[in-house]
Design a protein around this ligand. Sequence first.
Ligand code: MN
Length: 140
Amino acid sequence: MAAPHHPPNPRKRVLVVEDNPLNMRLFSAMIAAEGYEVLEANSGQRGLELAQQQHPDLIIMDIQLPGLSGLEVTQSLKADAATHDIPIIATTAFATRGDEETIMASGCDAYMAKPIAISQFLELIEAFMAPAPHAAACSA
Ligand code: MN
């Protein structure tokens, strides 16, 4: 495998919680291309379990999920001392200004509207992966 252009050492892991297979493939490929290991969950329940078991470095959280929603999963993770420090970037296709406030109030650290802008998505991931305390604020 070719060395990533900025090798994380040890390899950092990103959990993608996304029920749309095309979005999952897109997010997963982009994140892997950055040199990170990708964990995939196609439901909120599975995302919650993987986050608890694997404690990834970052979570990309779809809000609209069957069963447990992304908001519910986020609230659970942020209420648990074992997982509350994991940054969560929410993604959703249906967001009004009010929705965005609800999303941020659930504990998400940043928010991106779908369809996502790839360069902005990757910049946001890098901001949360940086060794310095993350001060990332997403304006999307
Ligand atoms: Mn969805």
